[in-house]
Design a protein around this ligand. Structure first.
Ligand SMILES: Cc1cc2nc3c(=O)[nH]c(=O)nc-3n(C[C@H](O)[C@H](O)[C@H](O)COP(=O)(O)O)c2cc1C
Length: 391
């Protein structure tokens, strides 16, 4: 069966390679909206969902995993930012995703940044994003999704603060996150509090410990029983900032962290230098791969595996996914691979994970989590000097 799926995925990969140049002729934001429309159409009736499933889906029992009390059919998820208005949930299970994070949603309707705001960096295998949190707003989206049965898909609700003014106001910003949490209290399986959008007018004010403390106090007061809460961190933080944020998360009994958001070119050497298309925005994909894995390794060790980690950034193959899992991630998110390699890569990554687990003698994802990132002796934890490079 696995061989048949492999041949199927290989054929689809060749097909995607053939049509990719045509997709890449379109403006990236246009292509994003057109492909989303295709997804909405495919998800709209049982026949097209079944055909999509035959072409793209993959199941294996060793991929079933439980994280913070939630049962996932596999650890491979769609990352926030692809489905900003939560319109495609009916099709994700057929493509093979175990989870999908919707949003980021903001309390108010948010048009995002003006002008051209999405750029392909083909040589760097990256997307430069300058969207600025465009979404229809939590009220409209939650009203549309209320009562939806997501089937086998587990759904994350990614909440951010609206990007409407350059002035930061602590109370208004907290109220913004809380508004989304309240409106989605009966929708989805977990929350992500996104404190790391690199494209907002007022920066990333929740890196400041006092602001973060106030935010997480409000988040904790508005938690819903049985719904884990995760915090999404930026890719470009200083080690002290990472430590402060994860320690604050532990103090507030936040369940975990999403590592990481996009990489700012000014802090990153991992892209092809002459390819940067715009002076604003931040990069997904390959330039982020090593950095996010390093942050995962550090946070797993600092917290001694007590915070759940969702690993994200430049996952293109099962090997990339497995590296993040064995570094400490329990679940994974991805976007850029779908754009560069095609949607069949979701099941190919899952299929490869089954093989890699078997090779290492593991029966489950849980057994593999952190297995190549041994924890330091207890007394050394506070003195962890720096983010270690991947071996
Ligand atoms: C087009 C695009 C839009 C994004 N928008 C958001 C967003 O609204 N909220 C968020 O938390 N992350 C957002 N991200 C970041 C992704 O969730 C993810 O952290 C990043 O792309 C790294 O994963 P990848 O290398 O697999 O793409 C966006 C990424 C892309 C490519």
């Amino acid at each position: 069966m696995s061989t048949f799926i492999g041949v199927r995925n290989f054929t689809l990969k060749l097909l995607y390679r053939a049509i990719r140049p045509l997709i890449f002729l379109m403006d990236p934001e246009d292509a994003h909206y057109k492909l989303k429309k295709v997804g909405v159409a495919l998800g709209s009736n049982p026949l097209s969902r079944s055909i999509t499933s035959m072409l793209f889906n993959y199941n294996h029992k060793s991929l079933n995993t439980q994280v913070d009390g939630i049962d996932y059919r596999n650890p491979v998820g769609l990352s926030a930012g692809f489905d900003k208005d939560g319109e495609l949930t009916s099709i994700y299970p057929s493509i093979g995703f175990g989870l999908a994070e919707l949003g980021s949603f903001t309390g108010e309707v948010c048009p995002g940044n003006p002008g051209k705001r999405l750029f392909r960096m083909v040589k760097s295998k990256s997307i430069l994003v300058w969207y600025g949190l465009n979404n229809q707003g939590a009220e409209k989206i939650s009203a549309r999704l209320a009562g939806t049965d997501f089937g086998p898909l587990k759904v994350g609700i990614n909440a951010a603060k609206s990007n409407l003014t350059p002035e930061f106001d602590l109370q208004d910003s907290i109220e913004d996150y809380v508004k989304t949490m309240r409106l989605f209290k009966d929708i989805g399986d977990y929350y992500t509090i996104n404190i790391s959008c690199p494209n907002t007018q007022d920066g990333e004010p929740f890196v400041d410990p006092d602001n973060l403390n106030a935010l997480l106090t409000a988040v904790t007061e508005n938690r819903v029983e049985g719904r884990p809460v995760y915090v999404k961190l930026a890719a470009d933080l200083e080690i002290e900032e990472i430590n402060t944020i994860v320690d604050c998360c532990m103090e507030h009994q936040i369940d975990g962290v999403v590592l990481t958001n996009l990489a700012k070119p000014s802090h990153n050497q991992e892209y092809v230098k002459d390819e940067l298309p715009y002076h604003k925005g931040a990069m997904s994909g390959l330039p982020l791969q090593r950095i996010s894995t390093n942050v995962i390794r550090h946070v797993y060790r600092r917290t001694r595996g007590k915070l759940t980690i969702i690993g994200v950034g430049g996952v293109f193959t099962a090997k990339d996914a497995y590296e993040k899992i064995t570094s400490g991630a329990s679940l994974l998110h991805m976007i850029t691979t779908m754009i560069f390699d095609g949607p069949q890569n979701i099941s190919e990554i899952n299929r490869g994970l089954v093989k890699l687990l078997k090779e290492d003698g593991f029966n489950s994802i849980e057994e593999a989590v952190g297995s190549r990132n041994p924890l330091p002796k207890l007394k050394a934890v506070d003195d962890e000097p720096e983010v270690k490079d991947v071996a």
